[in-house]
Every structure is written in structure tokens, then in C-alpha cells.
Design a protein around this ligand. Structure first.
Ligand SMILES: CC(C)(COP(=O)(O)OP(=O)(O)OC[C@H]1O[C@@H](n2cnc3c(N)ncnc32)[C@H](O)[C@@H]1OP(=O)(O)O)[C@@H](O)C(=O)NCCC(=O)NCCS
Length: 214
């Protein structure tokens, strides 16, 4: 498993398979790196950062968006600030139609001090990452959101496996929803069988799932 240096702000591949790629980066990095990453954000993105009340959330948003811009820029051969994004009806970011390689799909997730960015040429992708930490509402959320079979299999896990079992199922659900761009609560318009699901561990203490259209 790759180790991520929190100070360096390095973007590390944490999953690669079948044309799919997931990069991870630490979010609590040095101030000079935050400034450098922040300098490629658009006015709208800076406004969004400015609207976040907690300083830590602001920093983490800036680093995630800056790293997304740098990664996209290097794939497109463009400076990070020239990468143009647009948004789906429920807010999923994608490359604007003026960009080269519009078939490059990506999805972003962050939890705690870690962000992951999934990329795929041609296949729609969704990704979700969660820090593995006790979740008081896990049982209620499972009852409300999981499918009958997921709920049944979750409930029969031994207690020591329940937290990870919950997060595996939860990140699967979120990754599929994010691939569709509808977010949780949105109707998933096709069969889940149409999706390849890959669970990965980007760093000790975190769990993620990548959903890619078959
Ligand atoms: C989208 C959503 C799943 C994000 O989940 P989350 O656990 O809060 O956050 P994550 O860290 O995993 O993902 C955040 C990233 O997802 C992306 N994103 C935002 N909206 C998205 C959407 N609709 N679909 C896919 N990705 C989305 C963005 O890149 C965002 O990063 P940013 O905050 O740096 O811009 C969640 O906010 C949600 O369900 N929103 C509701 C969407 C909505 O309005 N639905 C209405 C009914 S369909």
C-alpha cells in the first residue's frame, strides 16, 4: 500500500486497472503549497472556498480542487488554470465542451484529510472514500439506504467486521450515485449490474470504492 507524505502534497496512484485510475492526495499540507494550488482556481471556485465557514474546510476544498486542476491539466496538456469545468444538473463536475479529450471522465471524493480523484477514458466513473471511524448512525443509515440483500448481509456480520462492512457497502452506494451524477437520494436509472465496482484502500484507515460503467 502506498504511503502518503502529508507534507509533500504528492498525488499518488492508489488504484490502476482496466483503463481506470484513482489518485490520492493528502489535504493538510504546507501553506505555500495551498497558496500555489489556490492560485489556479477560478473566481467562482475562490468564492466557494470563501463561503466555507471553517478554515480547515476551506483549505481542504482548495487543495482538492487545485490537485484536480493539476491532474486534469497534465492529462490535457494545459496549465491547471486553463482547465474549464462545467456542472451536471445535480452538481457533478465534468470537462467543458470546449476542452480537448471530453471523453475523459473523472470523479472526486474526500474524507478527513484525504482526497481521491478517479479517471477513466470513455467510461463514466464515480468514486467515494470514507475514513474508517466509528459511525453511531451506521445501523439506521443501513436500514434506510441499503438494498434488502446488502442490509441482510450487513446485519449478519460479526460485530468486529460491521464498521468496515458498513463502509464498503456505503461507499459502493455513493460511488454508483456519483457515477450517475445524481447524488444520494437520486433515482439510479439503470441496473447496478451495469457497473464494475472496485474497493480500494488508499491509505491505512480509509476505504474507497470506484464504480465504472461496464
Ligand atoms: C454529491 C454527493 C454524493 C457528494 O457526497 P459527499 O460524501 O458529500 O462528498 P464527496 O467528498 O464524496 O464528494 C464531493 C465531490 O463530489 C463531486 N460532486 C458534487 N456533486 C456531485 C454529483 N451530483 N454527482 C457526482 N459528483 C458530485 C464534486 O467534485 C465534489 O467535490 P467538491 O466539493 O470539491 O466540489 C452528495 O453531496 C449528494 O448526494 N448531494 C446531493 C445532490 C443532490 O442535490 N441531489 C438531489 C437529488 S438527485
Amino acid at each position: 500500500m502506498p504511503s502518503l507524505d502529508p507534507e509533500a502534497g504528492i498525488v499518488m496512484p492508489v488504484f490502476e486497472n482496466d483503463g481506470l485510475e484513482v489518485l490520492a492526495c493528502m489535504l493538510d499540507v504546507r501553506l505555500d503549497l495551498i497558496r500555489e494550488l489556490g492560485s489556479c482556481l477560478t473566481e467562482d471556485e475562490c468564492r466557494r472556498a470563501g463561503g466555507l465557514t471553517r478554515e480547515r474546510d476551506r483549505r481542504r476544498f482548495i487543495v482538492t480542487r487545485g490537485q484536480l486542476r493539476h491532474s486534469l491539466g497534465s492529462k490535457l496538456g494545459l496549465p491547471p488554470s486553463d482547465v474549464e469545468l462545467e456542472y451536471g444538473p445535480q452538481g457533478k463536475p465534468r470537462l467543458s465542451r470546449r476542452m480537448p479529450m471530453r471523453e475523459l471522465h473523472f470523479c472526486v471524493s474526500r474524507s478527513g484529510d484525504l482526497a481521491v480523484i478517479a479517471f477513466s477514458h470513455e467510461r463514466e466513473v464515480g468514486v467515494d472514500v470514507e475514513e474508517v471511524r466509528p459511525f453511531a448512525e451506521a445501523d439506521d443509515i443501513a436500514a434506510l439506504c441499503f438494498s434488502v440483500s446488502d442490509y441482510e448481509s450487513y446485519r449478519t456480520l460479526p460485530p468486529e467486521e460491521q464498521l468496515e462492512g458498513f463502509l464498503r457497502r456505503w461507499t459502493r452506494l455513493e460511488a454508483i450515485s456519483k457515477a450517475f451524477g445524481c447524488g444520494l437520494g437520486g433515482a439510479i436509472p439503470s441496473d447496478v449490474q451495469d457497473w464494475a465496482l472496485h474497493t480500494f484502500v488508499p491509505k491505512v484507515g480509509y476505504i474507497g470504492t470506484l464504480a465504472a460503467q461496464n
